[in-house]
Design a protein around this ligand. Sequence first.
Ligand SMILES: Cc1cc2nc3c(=O)[nH]c(=O)nc-3n(C[C@H](O)[C@H](O)[C@H](O)COP(=O)(O)O)c2cc1C
Length: 206
Amino acid sequence: MAKMEKPILTVDEAAKRRRSIRKFLNEPVPREELDEILRVTGLAPSSYNTQPWRFVVVADPEVKRKLAEAAYNQRQVLSAPAVIVLYTDMADALAAVDEIIPPGMDAEGRTRLRSLILSSYSSLNEADRETAGAGQGYIALGYLMLVAEAHGYQTSPMLGFEPDAVKKLLGLPAHVRIPALVAIGKGAEEGFPHHRHPLSRITRYV
Ligand SMILES: Cc1cc2nc3c(=O)[nH]c(=O)nc-3n(C[C@H](O)[C@H](O)[C@H](O)COP(=O)(O)O)c2cc1C
């Protein structure tokens, strides 16, 4: 049977439609859909193209139950068919700096860019370096929620969890940061209507 083409929303449509969803249908998200959502999320920009974001997709019910415990038993962790642990690892990104240099660059350019990237971050201590990585991770978080919505899936971002417990559960190194857990699936509720500042409260033109 031919696969049905599903609509992909525009960025504007996805931003207007997205809400935090805390109750999901009991339907798994197919692996190829998750791969595509994460591939497009990875198009997010980052400083020097460091791309320090990493994803652990938790769908195993037992691991998800333990993840829920580490997230104050928030109902969306148990309800969603999958929860994406979005973490950032600047140490890993910088240790493999050659991976992030454009392939077409000549040897001299590569050497220059490699030392520029490494020297930019070597002035920071490990904590500040990882904090800078987490900042990039939030760009990926924004992309992830919009891309998922555009592909017909709903999400719920969460900061309400114990990072050390999540790291222990998933065997992540102590230095990494976890910008958010993101529950993902087909929503079973509408979510709350957007309640946002008027533009005049948050913007000025000079
Ligand atoms: C980084 C981040 C962390 C959040 N953490 C939680 C959380 O732990 N639990 C929760 O129920 N909602 C959490 N939220 C959802 C916010 O409450 C929600 O985005 C906000 O109220 C706006 O509502 P909307 O997402 O439906 O537009 C989080 C959102 C973000 C972006």
